[in-house]
Design a binder for this molecule. Structure first.
Ligand code: NDP
Ligand code: 8X3
Length: 250
């Protein structure tokens, strides 16, 4: 089995790559930080699987197309694609928002996911076999204050999962939309641009999900019998009821 995970240099993507390696899958791992990709490659190879690292920015359409359309023959039969690369940039009301942040989120979370899927899905359709797992978010199901563009970008992922499922139906391809609540990764450090206090406050007073929790859920979705698909899955910390309601101990 070959699994391709975008954004595998940290957080959910890294944990997911490791979880699939634990199942014996060969891994294609991508990200912009090549030093981290090389470190991950060594860790995965120690689990006796083969690893191909691809160092590109999902926002760069040409780079995505050139890299993924020239996969070595033995890596072309991608069984599972985890569209995970993504981010939130900033947390501001729309009237104060930074359009550069908006573009980064839209270009990464929506357009990047589309560029990668556009190259990998035809390979799956040709083989009439495959599973795409799109990492959406609770933010794709509900909106919250100061998160408008991130929420909109993830709502687009939700709708793309629904429409991909229709388009891929005749080819027997599974499409799963996975929507986590709060997961403690580098996500908040990225969102708050290195402000450790704001990042830490996000998870204060409750136990958030770990990247491994999400990875295990992805493994569950990917190991069901061929006739069973999880279309849409929302997973939350027990201390989180919805996008905005948390039970914090202090
Ligand atoms: P991390 O910041 O830990 O990981 C994000 C990953 O995405 C990194 O590997 C990063 O790699 C990659 N990435 C970001 N931008 C690009 C880009 N332009 N090109 C290629 N790769 C990119 O955060 P998470 O693991 O938490 O996030 C993973 C996904 O999960 C995201 O889609 C996020 O929206 C979603 N999510 C996160 C939640 C959370 O609470 N943490 C909850 C719900 C969903 P690199 O920087 O090396 O390029
Ligand atoms: C990340 C979860 O609630 O911070 O997608 O938007 S949230």
């Amino acid at each position: 089995m070959i699994t391709l995970v975008t954004g595998a240099t940290s957080g959910i993507g890294e944990a997911t790559a490791k979880a699939f390696a634990g199942l014996g899958h060969n891994l294609i791992v991508t990200g912009r930080r090549n030093d981290r990709l090389q470190k991950l490659k060594k860790e995965l190879e120690a689990l006796n699987v083969e690893v191909l690292t691809l160092n590109f920015d999902v926002r760069n359409r040409k780079e995505v197309e050139t890299t993924l359309k020239s996969l070595p023959d033995k890596w072309q039969e991608v069984d599972i694609l985890v569209n995970n690369a993504g981010l939130a940039a900033g947390k501001e009301p729309i009237m104060n928002g930074n359009p550069d942040d908006w573009e980064q989120m839209i270009d990464t979370n929506i357009k990047g996911l589309l560029y990668v899927s556009r190259t990998v899905l035809p390979l799956m359709c040709a083989r009439r076999k495959g599973h795409i797992i799109n990492i959406c978010s609770i933010a794709g199901k509900e909106v919250y204050a100061e998160g408008g563009v991130y929420c909109a970008s993830k709502a687009a992922v939700d709708f793309l999962s629904k429409s991909m499922r229709i388009d891929a139906l005749p080819y027997g391809i599974k499409i799963t939309n996975v929507c986590p609540g709060a997961v403690e990764t580098e996500f908040s450090m990225v969102r708050f641009k290195g402000d450790t206090q704001k990042a830490a406050a996000t998870y204060k007073g409750f136990k958030p999900l770990t990247a491994k929790d999400v990875a295990q859920t992805i493994i569950y979705c990917s190991t069901l019998p061929p006739h069973v698909n999880i279309n849409d899955l929302v997973l939350m910390p027990t201390a989180q009821a919805n996008a905005t309601t948390f039970f914090r101990s202090e």
